[in-house]
Design a protein around this ligand. Structure first.
Ligand code: G16
Ligand code: MG
Length: 216
């Protein structure tokens, strides 16, 4: 029986991927190369330093660890100026209504994000009090596709892995949920999120009891 929902943040609750892309792209451009939107797909759900390493590899740029830390901090500063303007209007369509349906049940809600900025973003869009547990990049040592973020989420909710359902938009995140031994609902495209148990285009017009009957 499903007793807890674990939500990814970026691409599931709010669309911050575009801001990550803008900030990483500016950094790449300053280094003399470009990154495409398609390449950006491979960065979704991947931690800040892992993303930076993938981008530098993509542009054939070799840097010292110290230089990398400086670039990552600069990218984050730029990213924060972009996300600091977010409000409740930036919550993805259908999410608020879906949360209201969950609140009428005993199902608990946790966040499972590798972002170190997750709490700030949830506060900004006014959702922070809706979560029973928040696991973010400050609480984990391994980014997705490692299952740590979701296993910690289950633990903080006091639940077993098989009592949790994960909502994820990234290939790495779906893999993390499956490796945690959980059912995973992909938010996005079926041909991309092939490992998910079920894929929804978004939360728009999603009925909670219908969804649970499909996933059991
Ligand atoms: C998110 C994004 C990733 C980002 C990562 C780290 O993960 O999808 O693109 O690199 O967080 O974010 P930050 O630099 O803010 O710590 P998730 O798990 O919320 O999808
Ligand atoms: Mg995501």
């Amino acid at each position: 029986m499903i007793k807890g929902f674990l939500f990814d943040l970026d691409g599931v609750i709010v669309e911050t991927a575009i801001f990550h892309y803008q900030a990483w792209r500016k950094m790449a451009n300053d280094l003399g190369f470009d990154i495409s939107e398609e390449f950006n797909e491979s960065l979704k759900g991947v931690s800040r330093m892992d993303s930076l390493n993938l981008i530098l590899q993509h542009g054939n740029v070799m840097l010292s660890e110290e230089e990398k830390l400086i670039l990552a901090a600069k990218k984050n500063e730029h990213y924060l100026t972009l996300v600091s303007q977010m409000t409740s209007d930036d919550i993805l369509p259908g999410v608020k209504d879906f949360f209201e349906q969950i609140k009428k049940t005993d199902i608990k809600i946790a966040l499972g994000s590798v972002s170190k900025n997750a709490k700030m973003i949830l506060e900004g869009v006014g959702l922070i009090n809706d979560f029973d547990a928040i696991i973010d990049g400050t609480k984990i040592s391994n980014g997705k596709p490692d299952p740590e973020v979701f296993l910690k989420g289950a633990e903080e909710l006091g639940l077993q892995a098989n009592e949790c359902l994960v909502f994820e938009d990234a290939v790495a995140g779906v893999e993390a949920g499956k490796r945690a031994g959980m059912k995973v609902i992909g938010i996005g495209h079926e041909n991309v999120l092939t490992q998910a148990d079920l894929v929804l285009k978004s939360f728009e017009n999603i009925n909670l009891s219908d969804l649970l009957s499909k996933i059991l």
